[in-house]
Design a protein around this ligand. Structure first.
Ligand code: PBG
Length: 320
């Protein structure tokens, strides 16, 4: 008889036949940096995650480095917003200051910036508004300015998340023309219009004041379209392809893994984090085990890189 249970008998044999492993090397930790001083604000819907001003962030960064987490993904929350998000390309903006601060004080830490406008525009959309919708090509012009400014500040990698068409091509060209041809791009290639972003929009103060993001982010019903999105970004020169959110989109992660010869990342988003935290707080699930199991499911689906608010907690368990 075929007895698959033979290889499950003890922990040692289970270790020998284990197919997938989560390691600290897989993790990227997102950080919310707010312009101002003395800010260390707990995000209510994301227990354990805070918004920091730069003068308060060292403790957090010390911890990330001590846990050997390879990279952080930065989100900037500016003091002033406008219609077009012009602070995104201010060389002295909060993101640029943050990059300089971290690269100076933690030179070994890999720094990635989220490239978008929604935290910087008064209307909360990811670009310039014309006729009540985001104008794709006008937005591309400003994205180019934004990435060049991040590059000049010394960032290690940029991660555009706005879902504009032609975004990767514009960014690659802008970087190549300004002496940054070695700066990689991690594209939010397949990003869905998801209700799982709810807590993030509180955290980053980026909820749209009118409408929603369905004219640029993808319809959760679509799988083939995800391949199309990834194909374009691959052709346009993305170095890493990301799927977002992660947990409800494990099929898409596997599609990308099977079809592209590039590292695949996934973003374990705020709502996925909040659900596990809330159920664990109520004592309804074992939070630690559910966290590790869900991160492992992303690896099993094919993710090489996982961006997660759980990075510190998972790293603590993995270091043991
Ligand atoms: C947009 C952006 C979003 C997230 C990362 N980048 C939100 C959105 O599209 O509304 C969501 C991350 C999360 O939910 O954890 N710049």
């Amino acid at each position: 008889m075929n007895r698959t249970r033979r290889l499950r008998k003890t922990e040692n044999i289970r270790r020998l036949v284990r197919e997938n492993k989560l390691t600290i090397d897989d993790l990227i930790y997102p950080l919310f940096i707010e312009e101002g001083v003395g800010i260390e604000t707990e995000i209510v819907s994301m227990p354990g995650i805070k918004r920091f001003s730069l003068d308060r962030i060292s403790k957090e960064l010390d911890e990330v480095v001590a846990l050997d987490i390879p990279a952080v993904l930065l989100f900037g929350i500016p003091a002033k917003k406008d219609e077009i998000g012009s602070e995104t390309w201010n060389d002295d903006g909060i993101m640029q200051q943050a990059v300089r601060f971290i690269k100076k004080n933690y030179p070994g830490l890999y720094v990635i910036t989220d490239v978008c406008f929604c935290e910087y525009t008064s209307h909360g959309h990811c670009g310039i508004i014309h006729d009540n919708d985001v104008d794709n090509d006008a937005t591309l012009v400003n994205i180019a300015k934004q990435v060049i400014s991040h590059a000049k500040a010394g960032v290690d990698m940029v991660a555009p998340s706005g879902m504009m068409d032609g975004m990767i091509e514009s960014i690659r060209e802008a970087l190549d023309n300004t002496g940054f041809s070695n700066l990689p791009i991690m594209s939010y290639a397949v990003k869905y219009s998801s209700a799982f972003y709810g807590p993030f929009r509180d955290a980053a103060d980026s909820a749209p004041t009118f409408g929603d993001r369905r004219t640029y982010q993808m319809d959760p019903s679509n799988r083939d379209e995800g391949m199309r999105e990834a194909t374009f970004d691959d052709q346009e020169g993305a170095d890493i392809l990301m799927v977002k959110p992660a947990l409800s989109y494990l099929d898409i992660i596997r599609d990308l893994k099977n079809n592209f010869d590039k590292p695949i990342a996934c973003y374990n988003v705020s709502g996925e984090y909040a659900m596990i935290k809330a159920a664990a707080e109520k004592g309804w699930i074992d939070g630690e085990r559910v966290m590790m199991e869900s991160l492992l499911s992303m690896k099993r689906a094919g993710a090489d890189i996982i961006i997660t608010y759980f990075a510190k907690e998972a790293a603590k368990l993995l270091l043991k």
